[in-house]
Design a protein around this ligand. Structure first.
Ligand code: ATP
Length: 238
């Protein structure tokens, strides 16, 4: 079974072609990463998959075509996107932001939601310490934790993360990636877009390299880590 399969996804902004013919295949329970430099089209691809941008080509999620599905349908069927901008409700508390993450799960019992809040705060104890604080006053790292925690409250089948390490100190990046590894052990599937190729390839099962709108290389993450082109361009080796 395939979790997410795309065939020839292309996105234009007016006359500018941002991504061309992207074809990926993702099996459940895996971490797949898309690495590439600034402006390669990584965010554009995630936004298109979430239904936030029109695209050409086709995409199937859980073997059902996405094309006729609204953003809400995609959320209900188990897709979650944590955008680069995190998009928290700044005036609301950490706790309320987390609770809103479960909004799409209409049938969930209070008990199930409590269990999920406990799961999120086990992963990020800092969020429990800060539960009454307004999200807008959190540090950058705490904000990323909250954005990730809020997405997890939707119990997604596919978690799409746009540059979770962006702007964060190395120690916080390590914490975020530690949680991503835990999530994989909990069988959450993750599509991870990153400029931090080293951290992304270390944790991923499979990777794609996106450069100015085209996939230029793909393979098992362990193979990519030792590929001479990746070493030279993305891992600072020779
Ligand atoms: P970054 O890591 O810097 O976020 P990215 O790989 O996510 O880069 P995108 O943000 O997807 O790249 O951008 C891909 C290309 O599309 C870039 O050339 C960018 O300038 C262009 N682009 C993005 N958004 C728009 C927009 N709203 N209108 C016009 N061009 C855009």
């Amino acid at each position: 079974m395939s979790l997410l399969r795309t065939a020839g996804i292309s996105v234009n902004y007016g006359k500018i072609s941002a991504v061309r013919n992207l074809t990926i295949d993702m099996k459940p329970g895996r971490i797949v990463t898309i690495i590439g430099p600034n402006g390669a089209g990584k965010s554009t691809f995630l936004k298109a998959l979430m239904g936030l941008l029109p695209y050409r080509g086709s995409a199937d999620f859980l073997d059902r075509p996405l094309e006729r599905q609204s953003v809400q349908d995609r959320v209900r069927s188990g897709m979650a996107l944590v955008p680069e901008t995190r998009e928290l409700f700044g005036q609301m508390s950490v706790w309320d932001n987390l609770r809103l993450g479960a909004f799409s799960r209409k049938g969930a019992s209070a008990k199930a939601l409590r269990a999920d809040l406990a799961m999120v705060t086990d992963l990020f104890p800092r969020l429990a310490e800060r539960r009454l604080q307004a999200a807008g006053t959190l540090s950058g790292g705490e904000r990323q934790m909250l954005a990730l925690g809020r997405a997890l409250m939707a119990r997604p089948k596919l978690l799409m993360l746009d540059e979770p390490s962006l702007g964060l100190a190395p120690i916080v990046v390590r914490e975020i990636f530690r949680v991503l590894a835990n999530l994989r052990d909990m069988n959450v599937s993750i599509l991870l877009v990153e400029q931090n190729a080293r951290a992304a390839l270390r944790i991923a099962d499979y990777g794609y390299v996106l450069e100015t709108g085209d996939i230029t290389l793909s393979g098992e993450a362990s193979d990519l880590q030792s590929d001479s082109r990746i070493l030279k361009t993305y891992l600072g080796g020779s």
